[in-house]
Design a protein around this ligand. Structure first.
Ligand code: NOJ
Length: 540
């Protein structure tokens, strides 16, 4: 019996994250826009992904590049307008691509009309929509919490004599999710976008929604590195009272119920934390998030086969039957995959890993070009995290423009315009047009992997069984669904390795080097350095 047939789109599909500022500029201002995404839909459909996740495009002062939302139900003129968004949804759906948008419920911009009202007077009806507190007896902030972006998590408002809470920039005040009117208003924003045809939401910092009712101090973090910047108050504390509260789960179930008012919508949440906390966000009955993002192959993970396998196996063991796994290897907040794992060799093996594990993969734009972190001159740093906590913490490096062709500015924006962030120096040779012509490029590896995955029930919905006893630096596993079976063997080392799998009899369906397809594989496979293979057995 093949399980694959009953899967939802968000289980079978591959998600591709687009950072709209950096994808395609069509207005000639050096910043990408929604029309740019529309213009590149053919590329994306042909590439072989199933769903697009768009980072925020809402009206915003762009202090945190759109994660400071000034209106949850509109489009910033920088990116287009609602009509452009509607055209994007229609054009994507016409190509069978789903649209997932970012939803930023924990905080708004300080320019949102809700906050402008809230800060206007203590007795304003929206005062309680945000988290206001009197100063501590010494006049300082109400507790010791720090902001992720440096400095305290509280800002004093002279006019009304109280502090408001913001765990990111001061321009990102936190909504009060204990207030039922806030919850109702935010649920309406979900309905607004679902009415426009949105298929799912990636929910920003979803584990932060509820904070300790008494806003108690956080205890010191015993593992804080000694060399933290002076203003990094956040990392000095153990985050106990400001995130992952039990009370979050009732709210998750309310959010899920709103999505369930519409057919087949998907809730993805940005979450981290210990495995046992993370797994709870699926909900006791599978009634919270469909996909709490799984960052465990990325965060703190070196390029190391036993560690990767241990992470996958621990997660597989922790998942209840109803929970669907997912994997992420890059996003707009993390070091680029190719930089993190040490070059294109490992990046190719990582692509095979991501697209053959059990569960929904999320790709980050330009990983198909093995685009590395691009050095940003200190005077060009824009990310508030980099500005406040030091150039080595800037996320600009992983947000640089997509490289489409060898023209000046790589086809991202007109030649005479300065892109909002620099391109990588090698853009004339590292771009979609050039890689499309190279049969063995990483772009073509991604394409082949996506096509093979889509056609192979074992990879879409099959079981996952790791294989013991291989070389230490290889990771080997079976994926099986009925008579669709394949073995994946990944060599994490730069040296050749021989992998023995007793009874194996099949054919190489793909190698990360794209040069061995069709070779017989019987009992033993010789892997070159940094090579991964998929062996099809039976009717793969
Ligand atoms: C997580 C987002 O991914 C990140 O880019 C943003 O700065 C923070 N949340 C605050 O919204």
């Amino acid at each position: 019996m093949q399980r694959t047939k009953q899967l939802h789109w968000w289980q079978r599909g591959v998600v591709y994250q687009i950072y709209p500022r950096s994808f395609q500029d069509t207005t000639g201002n050096g910043v990408g826009d929604l029309q740019g995404v529309i213009d590149r839909l053919d590329y994306l459909a042909d590439f072989g992904v199933d769903a697009l996740w768009l980072s925020p495009f809402y009206p915003s002062p762009m202090i945190d590049f759109g994660y400071d939302v000034a209106d949850y139900c509109d489009v910033d003129p920088l990116f287009g307008d609602l009509a452009a968004f509607d055209r994007l949804v229609a054009a994507a759906h016409a190509r069978s691509l789903k649209i997932i948008i970012d939803w930023v419920p924990n905080h708004s911009s300080d320019q949102h009309r809700w906050f402008l009202e809230s800060r206007s007077r203590r007795d304003n009806p929206k005062r309680d929509w945000y988290i206001w507190r009197d100063p501590a007896p010494d006049g300082g902030p109400p507790n010791n919490w720090g902001s992720f972006f440096g400095g305290p998590a509280w800002t004093f408002d002279e006019a009304t004599g109280q502090y408001y809470l913001h765990q990111f920039c001061p321009e990102q005040p936190e909504l009060n999710w204990r207030n039922p009117d806030v919850r109702a208003a935010m649920y309406d924003t979900l309905r607004f976008w679902m009415e426009r045809g949105v298929d799912g939401f990636r929910m920003d910092v979803i584990g932060l929604l509820l904070k300790d009712e008494e806003l108690r101090d956080n205890p010191p973090n015993p593992d804080a590195p000694p060399d933290l910047p002076e203003n990094d108050l956040f990392s000095r504390l153990h985050q106990v009272h400001n995130m992952f509260l039990d009370e979050n789960h009732a709210v998750m179930r309310e959010i899920r119920a709103v999505l369930d008012e519409y057919p087949d919508r998907c809730a993805i949440g940005e979450l981290w934390g210990p495995l046992e906390e993370w797994v709870r966000y699926y909900g006791p009955q599978g009634d919270e998030l469909h996909l709490p993002f799984n960052f465990r192959l990325m965060d703190g993970m070196a390029w190391n086969a036993p560690q990767m396998r241990a992470s996958v196996d621990a997660m597989e063991a922790a998942l209840p039957d109803f929970a669907w796994p997912n994997y992420v290897l890059g996003n707009h907040d993390r070091m680029r995959l190719v930089t993190r794992f040490g070059g294109e060799g490992p990046a190719r093996v990582a692509a095979m890993l991501l697209l053959t594990l059990r569960g929904t993969p999320t790709l980050y734009y330009a990983d198909e070009l093995a685009l590395p972190d691009v050095p940003i001159p200190p005077e060009k740093i824009q990310d508030p995290q980099g500005v406040n906590l030091g150039p080595e913490r800037t996320r600009d490096v992983c947000r640089t423009p997509m490289q489409w062709d060898a023209a000046p500015n790589a086809g991202f924006c007109p030649p005479d315009v300065e892109p909002w962030l620099p391109l990588s120096a090698d853009y004339e040779t590292r771009n979609v047009a050039v890689f499309a012509e190279q049969p063995a490029s990483i772009l073509n590896l991604y394409r082949r992997l996506l096509a093979y995955r889509r056609a192979t029930p074992a990879l879409l919905g099959g079981s996952y069984t790791p294989v013991d006893g291989g070389p230490d630096d290889c990771y080997i596993y079976w994926r099986e669904d009925g008579d669709s079976r394949c073995l994946i063997a990944l060599n994490f080392s730069a040296e050749p390795r021989a992998v023995t799998v007793p009874g194996l009899k099949g054919q190489l369906a793909l190698s990360t080097h794209l040069d061995r397809e069709g070779e017989a594989a019987e009992g033993e496979i010789e892997l070159r350095g940094n090579e991964g293979v998929i062996v099809a057995v039976g009717a793969a």
